[in-house]
Ligand binder design. Sequence first.
Ligand SMILES: *Cc1c(COP(=O)(O)O)cnc(C)c1O
Length: 354
Amino acid sequence: MSRFYTENLKNLKAYVPGEQPKDFEYIKLNTNEAPYHFEDIVGRSVSDTFEKISRYPDPECTALTEALSRFYQIDQSEIIPGNGSDENLNFIMKAFCDEKRPAIFPDITYGFYHVIADVNLVPWQTVPLREDLSIAVEDYEDLKGVLFIANPNAPTGLVLQPSEIETLLNQDLNRLVVVDEAYGEFGGESCIPLIKKYDNLIVVKTFSKAWGMAGGRLGFAAANRELICDMNTVRYSINPYNVNRMTMAAGCALIENSEKVMEKVAVIIKLRERFSEKLKALGFRMTDSKANFIFAEHPQISGGPLYQRLKAGHILVRHFSDDRITNFNRITVGSEEEMNALCIAVEDILKEFV
Ligand SMILES: *Cc1c(COP(=O)(O)O)cnc(C)c1O
């Protein structure tokens, strides 16, 4: 730490992203990216932007919000674009959280929430999941602050129904509820239609998972126009050109071709179900994940050692050290070949234990 670093952040522990190896020697099932991408669609749209690369992009992201508004059947004024959904989470912290309105989220959820709170000097508190790792909505009844609910939750993959999100919204109409639907395309029902009914709801979405564009950094949030307006005040004050030309063009092109994207999503859902059964046959227990990952534990080998053994065999999965889930690994649903390789490796490792 230099002597110039601010006192305010001296205890900040930076978020540690999943491993992103520089070479491609791993079968990468650790950060829930898509095993597919749309090179033809994205490539063409991106190369068309190069002749305008010397000009700033449209700060309103009109083409993108137009496409999103058609796809999600909401108004353009109800959409804010982000450089990944992580950026929108940052805007939300800045716009709506403070000493009196802490960030509130489950004890086991997306690890970025508490860090983005910390860097904004926003206090935060956690609410334990139930024993079965599900979210107990009744436990939020009396809490004052801003709720952050990943739905499906990460890394459990468990979903809340829109009716349960409505319970959270109705517990206190003066309390904001942020629903992070990073994995929404893979199962569960979107809460986007509820933004018409509740002015205390923000839905955050990303192009990093189902849309196969983690490397492009694109996300957006949907909410009532006043909330979007507040978030835009923050956005324009931090980074008015937060979505670059290439990414914007790629996002628009993907939305135009959404049926191709959703076909791929359907394949991932099928593979999730098929390989969940395979892993169960190998003795794994798992949550009923509705995301593009399987969250599984094995009675004979704990999460850490299994992660290590797989890594030695060039397969990366994600292990979390939190006590409650230390027996588990989160395994991204990759391509069929990748999942077959995973199963073969796991079978091999388990042979030592029988
Ligand atoms: C991956 C993920 C994000 C981050 O997405 P980006 O758009 O890549 O920033 C947000 N929330 C959850 C729960 C995620 O898993």
